[in-house]
Design a protein around this ligand. Sequence first.
Ligand code: NAD
Ligand code: DAU
Length: 349
Amino acid sequence: MKKILITGGAGFIGSHVVRVFVNRYSDYSIYNLDKLTYAGNLANLSDVEEMPNYTFIKGDIVDAEFIHKLFQIHAFDAVIHLAAESHVDRSISDPMAFIYTNVVGTANLLNAARMLWKNSSGDHLFYHVSTDEVYGSLHNPEDFFIETTPYDPQSPYSASKAGSDHLVRAYHNTYKLPVVITNCSNNYGPNQFPEKLLPLCINNIKNNKSLPVYGKGENVRDWLYVVDHARAIDTVFHGGKVGETYNIGGFNEWRNIDIVHLLCRIMDKKLNRPEGTSARLITFVTDRAGHDLRYAIDASKIMNELGWKPSLQFEEGLEKTVDWYLTNNEWLENVTSGAYQHYYKEQYN
Ligand code: NAD
Ligand code: DAU
């Protein structure tokens, strides 16, 4: 029985990864370690919590002593590391939380894995989940990020993720820790916290609130359905080469203003409102500080070498996402009460 530690499993992407692994691999024991910050929510995993191969552990990856003991007690065979502070706007207002969790927290996990595995000949892997934002911003429309694109992070969030990627590679190079890294583009889908563009707009359209589009809405992102990211992680975990990096993306670029208009059309249809109703809520607001212009992933390596590809067309995925938010009112109401109200007021008023 393989023991796998998944960090950040109560968050958006982590919960989909936990679900894939728990359901697909009954011979693995899956341990989900999560601090349950504002972004962590055990309701995301209500369908797997009773599964015999699933265990939840509440804890903070920044606490080195706790992490060290946890690895001694459970002797994990592999780690899939997703726990992070993930929201760029929050990194602008409070960078230190990102440096502690994303840099120090990753270092703590690397140290614990190194200590545990150093005298063992077992089949181990430290899988680090990262972002395309480490590559910086593209300005030439023909350019794409490939695995060898030099790092050029521009926000405290992306700098903290770049720092963690460098540490992971350094532990492989220096201590021969078996690692793999994936860098993925923007995810969308069920269970995403409504501070991120798409769920924020879905929630605001529902409540007839304005849709804040930063700057002129001309920034471009590449979007991938979250379950396709979870499938890619499964593919790389089982077939990826140790020491390698794989970029993951949807070949699906959208300007923010265009994606918001598409979402508005879908919402009008779903809510039986006359076409154009939701789009009237679009409001251009002050741009994000240091806003990266364009991200675009070239995912050829994972597609050609490991046979992964996205399964959903974007409009189909977006409709599925809208349906999920419209039928999971209780989830949305729970996460948008309390601290969310305070964050929203600070961010947009
Ligand atoms: P999220 O914010 O939804 O979830 C993060 C999870 O980590 C939460 O459950 C939170 O409680 C937990 N966590 C935070 N600090 C912790 C700590 N100190 N100790 C233990 N747990 C802690 O994030 P997400 O969007 O699901 O992103 C997951 C990972 O994927 C991150 O590493 C992120 O950088 C990466 N990523 C995200 C995207 C995206 O579009 N969301 C794209 C590419 C890569
Ligand atoms: O590219 C991968 C990254 O995607 C991940 O590493 C991050 O964890 C994840 O948060 C996401 O970062 P972005 O900054 O791209 O996502 P966000 O949803 O915050 O913003 C998407 C785009 O929309 C971005 O250009 C900023 C813009 N935006 C965002 C918000 C929240 C708006 O115009 N208005 C908004 O209210």
